[in-house]
Design a protein around this ligand. Structure first.
Ligand code: FES
Length: 199
């Protein structure tokens, strides 16, 4: 591939991050690293996507596309994070331990379902029949939600509700928490969606 010696783990990282030209020869040997972001074709094939979250403020969400799916990145407020433990008894699988959660990466099998507590990365597709849940970040009583609502998501199709960690409430049609895709931090403010250290 190249005369430049590269150990395989480093090479994987370079391919995954789309780090164009960082090591001479690799960029030409692997076509989709020739631009900063993967090409449309590579994205469709599942290439990882880099996201700069330096502008994301507490309470905000950005959506990126990975493998044709919407991936939400949400910066939770201290209040939203503080509410999570109080909800455990109302949730179907608060620690993402059920068999259905087999795909939940190890680093997301915690209450916040995330690597950094404040940043949630989740696939925005309901685990029931695939609708896209709506943001219901504002706490308090409102249509289709309980009076003590602490913020989260409501799936408009059949009423499944999820908390601010994408954890599904009990006795809802959705059988599982929202999927957490493989992801990792390339720096303090740069996320890579679709690859993690084990890749
Ligand atoms: S698709 Fe979300 S509740 Fe049915």
């Amino acid at each position: 591939m190249s005369e430049t010696p590269i150990d395989s783990s480093k090479r994987t990282w370079l391919i995954a991050s789309g780090c164009a030209g960082a090591v001479g020869g690799v960029a030409t040997a692997v076509p989709f690293v020739s631009t900063f972001q993967p090409s449309e074709k590579a994205k469709a094939a599942g290439a990882a996507v880099e996201v700069d979250i330096s502008d994301l403020k507490p309470g905000e969400k950005v959506t990126v596309e990975w493998r044709g799916k919407p991936v939400w990145i949400i910066k939770r407020t201290p209040e939203q994070l503080a509410a999570l433990p109080s909800l455990d008894a109302q949730l179907a699988d608060p620690k993402s331990e059920r068999k259905q959660s087999e795909l939940t990466p190890e680093y997301a099998r915690n209450e916040a379902r995330s690597i950094k507590p404040e940043i949630l990365v989740a696939v925005g597709i309901c685990t029931h029949l695939g609708c896209s849940p709506s943001d219901k970040f504002v706490p308090g009583a409102q249509p289709s939600l309980p009076n003590d609502w602490k913020g989260g998501f409501l799936c408009p199709c059949h009423g499944s509700t999820f908390d601010m960690a994408g954890r599904v409430f009990k006795n809802k049609p959705a059988p599982d928490n929202l999927e957490v895709p493989p992801h990792m931090y390339l720096s303090e403010t740069k996320l890579l969606i679709g690859e993690d250290k084990k890749a």
